[in-house]
Write a protein that binds this ligand. Structure first.
Ligand code: Q46
Ligand code: ZN
Ligand code: ZN
Length: 301
């Protein structure tokens, strides 16, 4: 197995590109793919201040590393979710990375700031942990980005994640979600711009990237992910990809090129009906936003 670029021994094969790479050219491939995604979808422009949502996992740390190497002014935001050892370890990996790269890390601890953590708060609020967690993360990222004057929030969703979410949305024809499943969502009142620069790279590539760059990331899955539907969608797509490499890429990018536009009108419709939350000011269709309602239920005695 030889590197496609230099013919030296390769360390990784990427079947969907029909290519093998040595370490140096693999790292360059990752940077090129991120740059291509950023430029192709108009995610960021030079000089943008970016807030990277970091979890301590391979994707978000690799994303932060890549954005810094590409010259973006990128700070990290880590949210303390209070999920036992998983959170302790993910916080440790995140802080170690920030220190090593001399990058600025902003931390928000849910228990300190809002009085609850995901395991006990979701139980008290009678919500599935991942639903309470997703809602909290979105709220905290939006707020931190707007308060900090950032131009965009970048998340580490990779091709495997996006293809799995797309499959889930298509299986149930959740058209309002399909309308929002873009790699870039423009800013609007109360919401920062959101970008996903890793959409051209797969999970396996991100793990290899971290290993080759010596980035220490949390390998364990979050213990609350068990039973999560997306794991099943990923397994199904992996089985398809195994037989016909390139299927995930064709599925996701084919959707963006040929179908995504058809669903945007429906997604935009909901946006017109938003007003400021009575408690925190975040845009919401009701009186009080879903996050403030969650905080109230998660912290009641
Ligand atoms: S951290 Fe939160 Fe994930 Fe854990 S509780 Fe679910 S959503 S699985 S990305
Ligand atoms: Zn090479
Ligand atoms: Zn609110």
């Amino acid at each position: 197995m030889k590197c496609r670029v230099c013919r030296e021994p390769a360390v990784i094969d990427i079947r969907r590109h029909n290519a093998n790479f040595c370490a140096e050219h693999f790292l360059r491939h990752c940077r090129d793919q991120v740059q291509k995604a950023i430029e192709g979808h108009g995610m960021l422009t030079e000089g943008d201040r970016v807030l990277v949502a970091v979890s301590g996992g391979k994707d978000s740390l690799a994303l932060w590393d890549l954005l810094l190497d590409l010259g973006y002014d990128a700070d990290g935001l880590y949210i303390g979710l209070g999920i036992g050892e998983y959170s302790d370890e993910s916080g440790r990996c995140t802080r170690a990375f920030a220190e090593r790269r001399g990058a600025r890390l902003v931390e928000v601890d849910l228990r300190t700031e809002y009085g609850f953590d995901i395991p006990s708060g979701s139980r008290a609020a009678r919500r599935a942990p991942c639903s309470a967690c997703g809602l909290s993360k979105r709220h905290v990222f939006d707020r931190a980005a707007l308060d900090g004057g950032y131009d965009a929030v970048a998340t580490g969703h990779n091709l495997d994640d996006e293809a799995a979410v797309l499959l889930g949305n298509v299986l149930r024809w959740q058209t309002e979600y399909l309308g929002r499943q873009q790699p870039v969502l423009e800013a609007r009142p109360g919401f920062p711009r959101k970008v996903k620069p890793l959409v051209r790279l797969g999970e396996r590539e991100m793990a290899a990237y971290c290993v080759l760059r010596g980035i220490d990331y949390i390998v364990e899955e979050c213990p609350m992910a068990a039973g999560n539907r997306h794991i099943g969608y990923k397994e199904a797509l992996n089985a398809i990809e195994e037989r016909s490499p390139g299927s995930k890429h064709a599925f996701y990018f084919g959707f963006l090129e040929r179908a995504a536009d058809r669903f945007t009108a429906e997604a935009e419709q909901d946006r017109d009906e938003l007003r400021p939350c009575a408690t925190c000011g975040a845009p919401t269709p009701g009186e009080e936003c879903a996050f403030c309602r969650l905080v109230a239920r998660a912290t009641r005695d």
